[in-house]
Design a protein around this ligand. Structure first.
Ligand code: DC
Length: 233
C-alpha cells in the first residue's frame, strides 16, 4: 500500500535549523519542500523593486496576490531569480515588515494552502502548524538558544550576501529584534501550536534532528495505516 501523502509543518524562530531539516526530510520522503519565509522575502523584494511603500499594507498585498512566484528549486518572482538577493540584511528587515500586514499574510497563506492541498509537503515557517495547516499530520516546533541561533545565522553561507564582516553580536541583536517582532505581532505571531512536538536543537546535529522528525513521520504513518486497515475490514 502506498503510504499516505502527509502534510508536515515545521515552525520556529530563525536559526533553529528549520531550513536544513525541512529540506532533508522532504528529500528523504520525496516530498515538496516549501520555505514560506522565502515567500515573504520574495514579496518584500518585489515590492521594493516596484517602489511600493513597505508600510502600505494594501499595496504590498496587491503585489502578493498578483506576483507570479515559483519556489522550486530557485525562488523566482515575476521573472527575477531572487534566490540569493532575498538573503540580505535589507530583505531581512523588509520581510519582517511585510509579514506584519494581515492582507499580505492572507494572500500568502492562501497560496500555501494550495501548495499543501494534495499533501506530500514539508512546509516550514512561523505559523504553519498554528494557522496555515492546523490539521497538519505532523507538527514540529524547532527552537535553540539565542546565542546558538545567532552563531548559525552568522555562519550561514546563504545569508552571507551583503553582510560583510558583521559580527555575531550584531547578527544576534538583529535576530533578537526580528524574533521579538515575529512573536508580538498581532496576526499569526510565532508560537508553538499546542500539539506540536518541541525539539530544542541547541546541542543536536542536523542528523539527530532529522532522525527525530522522521520518527514522528513514521509513527504517524503507522497510525494512519492501522486506521485504514481497521476501516477496510
Ligand atoms: O524564515 P525567514 O527568516 O526566511 O522569514 C522571513 C520573514 O518572514 C521573517 O520576518 C518571518 C516571516 N515569516 C512569517 O511571518 N511567517 C512565515 N510562515 C514565514 C516567515
Amino acid at each position: 500500500m502506498t503510504p499516505p501523502a502527509l502534510v508536515i509543518a515545521i515552525d520556529g524562530p530563525s536559526g533553529a535549523g528549520k531550513g536544513t531539516v525541512a529540506r532533508t526530510v522532504a528529500a528523504r520522503l520525496d516530498y515538496r519542500h516549501i520555505d514560506t519565509g522565502a515567500m515573504y522575502r520574495a514579496v518584500a523584494w518585489q515590492a521594493r523593486h516596484e517602489g511600493v511603500d513597505l508600510h502600505d499594507a494594501a499595496a504590498v498585498a496587491a503585489v502578493a496576490r498578483r506576483a507570479v512566484l515559483s519556489l522550486d528549486p530557485r525562488i523566482v518572482i515575476d521573472g527575477s531569480d531572487v534566490t540569493d538577493a532575498i538573503r540580505t540584511p535589507a530583505i531581512d528587515e523588509a520581510a519582517a515588515i511585510v509579514a506584519q500586514h494581515p492582507p499580505v499574510r492572507a494572500a500568502l497563506v492562501e497560496r500555501q494552502r494550495q501548495y499543501g492541498a494534495v499533501g506530500g509537503v514539508v512546509m516550514e515557517g512561523r505559523d504553519i502548524g498554528s494557522v496555515v495547516f492546523p490539521c497538519a499530520d505532523v507538527k514540529v516546533y524547532l527552537d535553540a538558544e539565542p546565542e546558538e541561533r545567532a552563531r548559525r545565522r552568522s555562519h550561514d553561507a546563504a545569508h552571507a550576501a551583503g553582510r560583510g564582516q558583521e559580527s555575531t553580536a550584531r547578527v544576534a541583536e538583529a535576530l533578537e529584534a526580528r524574533d521579538e517582532a515575529d512573536r508580538t505581532r498581532r496576526v499569526s505571531p510565532l508560537r508553538r501550536a499546542d500539539d506540536a512536538a518541541y525539539i530544542d536543537t541547541t546541542s543536536l546535529t542536523i542528523d539527530e534532528v532529522v532522525a527525530r522528525v522522521m520518527a514522528l513521520v513514521e509513527a504517524t504513518r503507522g497510525r494512519e495505516a492501522s486506521v485504514a486497515t481497521r476501516s477496510a475490514r
